[in-house]
Ligand binder design. Sequence first.
Ligand SMILES: [Zn+2]
Length: 273
Amino acid sequence: MEIEILQKTETSVLLVLRGVPTAFVNALRRIMISEVPVMAIDHVIIIENTSSMYDEMLAHRLGLIPLKTDLDSYVLPKDCTCKSELGCSKCRVTMTFDVEATEGVRTVYSNELKSDNPGIIPVSGEIPILKLASDQKVKLEAYAQLGIGKDYAKWQPVSACTYRYYPKISVNTKTCDACGECVEACSKRVLQVKGKKLLIENVVVCDLCGDCVKSCPKEVAGIEVEPEQNVFIFQIESNGSLSMERLLTEASRILAKKSEDFVDLLSLKEDPE
Ligand SMILES: [Zn+2]
């Protein structure tokens, strides 16, 4: 397997994976979406709410705020030794929210959510939660815990996680006379004519639509586009709760654990006793 990183920022990555089957890439994608744990608010105790927003709606909005996650210090409630419904310091983070509109109408943002662990806070302090009219007040206590996207989408660490086949574009030099029809037909601007030659400029953005092939006026098309076998372009966008490296490492670890469990089960079956 080969990995080439095409683009990388703090919250997104564009990779080319070579020499892997579709099933492997898809398994990684599905694990990232639904099985890598992250923190999210799961219980809310409303002490006071004189705003025009229902308690349920407010709790729902708080649950959807992505939180920075520390996978080394916390465990999933089901794996915690406390076995308590209320949770403990290893499986729960307490947050408080005490806001009031003292000077006219105002919007309350996620940075007003105070956490008992300064490492577990909203990934952005600029997420609007609700609007308060004069003298309206909200006071509540919220409990965040680790969870997985399979149980609820609020625990999903990625906002986008997709892969597509790597395009294989070949120019048939016998029939192509670089007329430029395909250059015009391509909405992604993959092709270019330079000095009577058709050149492939930006192969990564090609989505295999085939418009270039259809636009060729020649009887035998001067250009061919097909998916490259076992090569994929993988695009991942994290919502900020985990770093890209951690997200990919955790997903790979979970996949490896599944394979180990499978092998263990097989060896149990093979055991004559
Ligand atoms: Zn616990």
